[in-house]
Design a protein around this ligand. Sequence first.
Ligand code: NDP
Length: 253
Amino acid sequence: MRSSIKNKTVLITGASAGIGYETAHAFADEAEGQLKLILTARRVEKLAELKAELVKKYKEIKVYTAGLDVSKPPLVKEFVQSIPTEFAEVDVLVNNAGLALGRDPVGEIDVSDIETMLDTNILGLFTLTQEILPGMKKRNRGDIVNIGSIAGRNPYPGGAIYCSTKAAVKFFSRSLRKELTDTKIRVIEVAPGAVKTEFSLVRFKGDQAKADDVYKDKEPLVAQDIADFIIYACTRRENAVIAEAVIFPTYQA
Ligand code: NDP
C-alpha cells in the first residue's frame, strides 16, 4: 500500500538546479500536478523558469517561489513567516540546498569557505527544520527529507569540512527521528554518491576543467536517480520509514 502525494504541500530548498530541480519535477509528476510546491533558492530567475515549466505541464499545479539564502537564520525565519496561508501547511520538507567549496588540506581551507559550508549545510538545514517542525507536530504528519552525502560516511582527503557537515546531517536526522517516535513524522536521510549536477562547478568556483575532471572516464548518477528515491520513500505506507539510503554509482562502491 502506498501513500499519496496528491493534494500535499512540498517545500524544496535549492530547487534552482540539480537534485532540487529534478525533485520538484518528480513530485509534480507523481501527483500529476495535483499538489502545492514551494520552491526556494537564491537564484530566483531559475525558480521562475522552473515554475513556468511546471505550470506549462500541469495547469492545476500551485507553485510558490521565494528567494531564500538558507545560510542566514533570520532570513529563514522571515521566509517561513511569509509563506502564503494557502501553502503554509507543509507536508514534505526537502532540505536539499548545500554545497562543497574547494578540496584543500585542512590547513589551507579558506575561513570564509568553512563558514559558508557550515552555515548552508548545517545551520540552514537545522534552522528551516526548526521552523517547519511545529506545524508538522500540530498536524501529526509530515516527511522531512535531508540530503546528506556519502561524504558523511566515507570522508576523503581535502573534504574535512564538507564531510563533517554531511556527517552532521546524518546525526541530526538520527537524533530528530528519535525525538519524533510518538508522532507520524518521518525523517529520511538520503546520502548520494557522485551525481552530475552543478555541484563540482560550484566546488571549484567556476573552473570547468576541474569540474569535468571529477567525472572523467566515470559514469556518475544523474539527479533523477535521487529524485526517484525521494518519491519512493515519501510514498511508502505512512508508518514505514526508510531512514537512510546511500545511493551511488557502481564505481564508488
Ligand atoms: P547543485 O549545485 O546543482 O545544486 C545546489 C542547490 O543548492 C542549488 O539549487 C543552489 O541554488 C542551492 N544552494 C546553495 N547554497 C544555497 C544557499 N545558501 N541558500 C539556498 N540555496 C542554496 O548541486 P546538487 O543538486 O548536486 O546538490 C544538492 C544537494 O546534494 C546538496 O546538499 C549536496 O551537498 C548534495 N550532494 C550532492 C552530490 C553530488 O555529487 N552532486 C553528492 C552528495 C550530496 P542557488 O545557487 O540558486 O541558491
